[in-house]
Write a protein that binds this ligand. Structure first.
Ligand code: GLN
Length: 460
């Protein structure tokens, strides 16, 4: 990562990033730009450097901020009309931490509204194009951040991952993405999706850059009671000889042959780099998607109930009385996918169905966690694809929401169990579309995964 110092000016780094953002405007990575403030901050850093003052570990490094992180620089929209004009009154803890080290936000990156989706096609502002093939989706929900890194506009970008929203777009665009152990980075100041699986992570071009950004963001925050004491270390651990399980359940039926081959090739590289690889089956994984699409909408329904036209954001002009204020505001402010999740969520939480759906799903979730726990008695890490196929064409999955949900089949089990999981580039298809391999581990072993990925990086 290029960091400002005596010879590299922060202003030049920021200008370069802003120029590239303009050049690639068509890809629609950004919802809004932060040009004036970014240049002002860069100047301040350059002045500090000139005076010989301390400037931090990310001094002058431009980054893209997923537009569901609150920050008073500009408005935070969560890509929803509901928050179209919402000036954030606070700064997310993660943003505070990286900016305290000198990083500079150049723009707010695009996402599916409220992070619901796998393609950015649910964004109120229109979708982001894939970095490699602009006729295809960026992936989602953090598609804007992934493409901004893949196009080289910025060297890192922040994202959020509730069920794959960092890992899947990372895989679709050929960059690194990390969903850390649940509780590693504070969720304070990030628009909530599903609170029991929401995690904050980042995109970058290599394992060391991911490690640096995560080291800066990780750690306890009094404002988020689910945060863990900081376990992140500045350096990656030694991991040679670790045993990795290739998940056979995610390598067969329903998986694109080229994707499966890319992951197999990655397994071969792992062996070459000094790791043991053996196939493993975890039958419980096949229930992951069904569990997720009950638990997650339930939490979404609760979290989105605060958008009532009174407290935040949009207030419909059409309202006649209190009931129609709620109805009209929600009707106008939410995207169809947001509404679908609110309906499903309230249904599974309703008194007649709570035991049959929500409670059952939570019990199955515990069994899934137990299955992982047992597997990690024998293996240090697990390998599988990130998604069943490479980036798809626009419109291909918008007609039938269930086909879009299938995108998440390989990324939601880790989220339900709170496990760390990274997406790493694993070659391309014959058409040049990026393939992603996914490495997961038991909680707290995030850096082991990055160390393994780095060992493979060093082979080439
Ligand atoms: N694609 C998944 C969903 O639509 C994950 C979203 C996310 O991680 N924010 O729920």
């Amino acid at each position: 990562m290029r960091i400002a110092n005596q010879t590299t000016k922060a202003v030049d780094l920021v200008r370069e990033a802003l120029d590239k953002a303009k050049k690639f405007e068509d890809y629609h990575c950004f919802i809004s730009m932060n040009e004036a403030r970014a240049l002002e901050k860069a100047r301040e850093i350059d002045e500090k450097i000139a005076r010989g003052e301390e400037v931090g570990r990310l001094a002058g490094v431009p980054y893209a901020l997923k537009d569901n992180y609150l920050s008073p620089d500009g408005v935070t929209t969560a890509a929803a009309k509901m928050l179209d004009n919402f000036p954030a009154p606070i700064t997310a803890t993660a943003v505070k931490r990286i900016e305290a080290e000198g990083a500079i936000m150049i723009g707010r990156s695009n996402l599916d509204a409220y992070a619901h989706g796998s393609s950015t096609e649910n964004s109120y502002f229109g979708p982001t194009k894939n970095a490699v093939d602009p006729t295809r989706v960026a992936g989602g929900s953090s598609g804007g951040s992934a493409v901004a890194v893949a196009l080289g506009i910025v060297e890192f970008a922040l994202g959020s991952d509730t069920g794959g929203s960092i890992r899947q777009p990372a895989s679709y665009n050929g960059v690194y993405g990390i969903k850390p152990t649940y509780g590693t980075v504070s969720r304070y100041g990030v628009v909530a999706m599903a609170s029991s699986t929401d995690t904050m992570g980042c995109f970058a071009q290599n394992a060391d850059d991911v490690n640096l950004v995560m080291d800066v963001m990780a750690g306890k925050d009094a404002k988020d009671s689910t945060t863990l004491e900081k376990f992140w270390q500045p350096n990656l651990p030694e991991t040679k000889g670790k045993k990795i399980g290739l998940i056979s359940d995610f390598m067969g039926d329903g998986v694109d042959a080229e994707v499966a081959q890319g992951v197999k090739d990655y397994a071969a590289k792992l062996q070459k780099a000094g790791y043991e690889v053996e196939e493993v089956s975890i039958p419980m994984l096949k229930y992951g998607l069904a569990i997720y699409y009950i638990v997650q909408p339930a939490e979404v329904a609760s979290n989105l109930s605060r958008y009532d036209g009174v407290r935040y954001g949009l207030r419909s002009e059409k309202a006649q009385d209190l009931d129609s204020l709620y109805q009209e505001t929600r009707n106008e402010g939410f995207m169809p996918e947001n509404k679908r999740r609110i309906l499903i969520g309230n249904y599974v939480l309703s008194s007649g169905y709570f035991d049959a759906y929500y409670l059952k799903a939570q019990k199955a979730r515990t069994l899934l966690i137990d299955a992982y726990r047992k597997t990690f008695e024998k293996f240090d890490a697990l390998l599988c694809p990130v998604a069943p196929a490479p980036a798809f064409k626009f419109g291909e999955k918008t007609e039938d929401p269930l086909t879009m949900y299938m995108e998440d089949v390989m990324s939601v089990p880790q989220s339900l169990a709170g496990l760390p999981s990274i997406s790493v580039p694993a070659g391309t298809t014959k058409n040049g579309l990026p393939i992603g391999a996914q490495l997961s581990a038991w909680r707290g072993n995030d850096q082991m995964l990055l160390s393994i990925a780095k060992a493979v990086e060093e082979l080439s």
